[in-house]
Design a protein around this ligand. Sequence first.
Ligand code: UDP
Length: 249
Amino acid sequence: MSKACFKRILLKLSGEALMGEKGYGIDPVTVNYMAEEIKKAYELGIEIAVVIGGGNIFRGVEAAEQGIERATADYMGMLATVINALALQNALEKIDVNTRVQSAIEMRELAEPYIRRKAIRHLEKGRVVIFAAGTGNPYFTTDTAAALRAIEIGADVIMKGTKVDGIYSSDPFKDPKAKKFDKLTYMDVIRDSLKVMDSTAITLCMDNNLPIVVFNIRKYDNLKKIILGQKIGSIVLKEVQYAGVQEES
Ligand code: UDP
């Protein structure tokens, strides 16, 4: 059997990853697909933590623009991530993957509170740990939560599952000339304002030298293939030997 290249990963899924083609909320078929993809990675024997977003249900910034006070709107957004975490937990448990949800905002009836050492223990015991409620603080994003949790648990890499094949010079859905990057540095991402993660998340990764892989989670087996060493998607590192930009396939 081929060997996994990582021991412990943090997978970041946006809330949109759970909504499928519906445009809002949770699509059960899509959640089941995500769970299957995680299971394939899990069966390679690596430790997996997941941070899930909430944008399919509620986004603080947008709600704030419509008049809800920003901090309140952000707390509402964090609650949305808990709904998604429970949906993903349910889908994983249905296919015999052991999980724990840890929430950055205490709600003990549904999830454990976030306790770093306990999260690590769960990982060591082969449980997928789903981190809910972001960082627990308004004015942050779940990308920043992903960076923070990944560093805290000593993950080897953040894998950001998206609906595109990697990091592009511009939005590939809107710009047919968008170029895909193979490897980039954190500074490239910050300087060119590339859409990878928000700047707080990127600088946190940069300061702690945590690699970020951005890949298309909608492509069957992609997560597993990356863990087995295939060069899929784009990687952000401290230093890269430039391979140049790739043409969009
Ligand atoms: N959020 C927050 N603090 C955090 C993480 C998230 O306030 O640490 C709120 C914020 O309002 C955000 C919402 O939760 O808009 C949903 O998270 P995000 O937009 O990051 O989800 P994604 O885009 O990944 O689906």
